[in-house]
Design a protein around this ligand. Structure first.
Ligand code: SAH
Length: 386
């Protein structure tokens, strides 16, 4: 029942080390239907494991298991339980987290996020799409969700030969739901928000920022999405300004400010234009958290240029002694590259900075060493020196 795939000599090594993707040029042979399960072997005929196959994909083989085993509903339930066990030790203070992080939890192509009792999943590969009748019941069994929404409406699906889909799959997920984090409530626009609705991955950065921001400080939260950084600042008695271009996020940000009877500017605008038109500073903090822009290596320069421009634009509005948190949410821009980009922008402004802190995606988005691409989000905390 498995298709058969052989990888070229030496390519099995990284797979055995936990790397989940095989590129087209790494295949010696493939006999399988698109979307089928395949048994992956090395050139000596030894089985490497089981994966899914899709000739249309940039990664025609996505590994699921390093054992020669059947993939069943129970197999998925075991993976989901293992993912939960890991998070039990690492995630606290919230009712919402990424319960299954695709490749990083050994389930290539499937993301599941929990927002209180509501669950949202995203299917990113044809192989995972074809296995739906196995993992969906496992999801229902293991997590007992009140409701489940599918948010597979991202552009990347096209590359897999799949259409974007956004659909209710069980019960009724509300348009927005309130999630809890560190004793506060945030609005998550699950139905019409970006990705699965909320940036759970910024939890740790949010937390550290909330600890460090001081009453009376002025904060610019650029690319604020639902404005959680701005909200935490305002709750501490600081004076935030939040900016994002996306209407549903702005609406959610305003709902959150209202819930706490806080009043601060939440601006629907293009961040680049906002910076040019005079952003109400000077600020003690400027947060810059732009979208990934570069999901693939060929777009690396566009992200670098965007970050350079944003940092360059921000510096005149940042007090000496103030802080900038600059985030890059793609593996394509590593920490060194991000710091170098900030340094070049600072140098052009004749400004000096010190790196005070680095934060990463929170641990419900695991980072297996054998799969470097899983470590995508890094935030550099830079203090402006005199
Ligand atoms: N800081 C947010 C996550 C930001 S994600 C959080 O912690 O929740 C990137 C955000 O950039 C998205 O909300 C998107 O709507 C916004 N965005 C994309 N292009 C933009 C632009 N040109 N100007 C302003 N916001 C933009």
């Amino acid at each position: 029942m498995f298709g058969a795939v052989t990888v070229k000599k030496g390519r099995e090594k990284k797979l055995r080390n936990g790397y989940p993707w095989v590129q087209r040029g790494e295949l010696a042979s493939a006999e399988a239907e698109d979307g089928a399960l395949v048994r992956v072997s090395d050139m000596d005929g030894a089985v490497v494991g089981i994966g899914t196959y899709n000739s249309l994909s940039r990664f025609p083989v996505r590994m699921l298991s390093l054992n020669d085993e059947e993939i069943t509903q129970e197999w998925f339930a075991n993976r989901f339980n293992a993912a939960s066990a890991v998070r039990e030790r690492l995630i606290n203070g919230t009712n919402s987290w990424r319960v299954v992080s695709a490749e990083a939890d050994g389930v290539s192509g499937l993301i599941i996020d929990k927002f209180g009792p509501h669950y949202v999943f995203q299917v990113r590969s044809l192989g995972m799409e074809k296995l739906r009748s196995l993992w969906f019941p496992a999801l229902m069994d293991v997590f007992s969700p009140e409701s489940v929404m599918e948010r597979s409406d991202m552009a990347g699906r096209k590359e897999e030969g799949l259409e974007p889909v956004a659909k209710m799959r069980h019960g009724n997920v509300p348009v927005t739901t309130e999630i809890e984090e560190d004793g506060f409530a945030y609005t998550a626009p699950i139905l019409d928000g970006l990705k699965t609705g909320f940036y759970l991955d910024q939890r740790e950065t949010r937390r550290q920022f909330a600890e460090r921001v001081q009453p009376g400080e002025k904060v610019l939260d650029l690319f604020c999405y639902t404005g959680t950084f701005a909200l935490r600042a305002a709750l501490k008695g600081a004076e935030p300004v939040a900016v994002d271009i996306f209407k549903p996020a702005i609406i959610a940000a305003r709902m959150d400010a209202e819930r706490y009877k806080l009043n601060y500017p939440i601006v629907e605008a293009n961040a680049f234009e906002f910076m040019e038109e005079g952003p109400l500073g000077p600020y003690d903090w400027i947060l810059i958290d732009p979208p990934a822009i570069a999901k693939t290596a060929d777009k690396r320069d566009s992200l670098k240029w965007a970050i350079w421009k944003l940092v360059h634009g921000a510096i005149p509005h940042l007090k000496v002694g103030g802080r900038m948190i600059v985030c890059a949410c793609t593996y394509q821009m590593g920490l060194n590259n991000l710091l170098e980009t900030c340094r070049l922008a600072a140098s052009d402004r004749n400004a000096r900075f010190t790196l005070e802190n680095v934060t990463y995606q929170d641990l419900d988005h695991p980072m297996p060493l054998g799969f470097p691409e899983a470590a995508y989000l890094k935030c550099a905390w830079l203090r402006r020196d005199a």
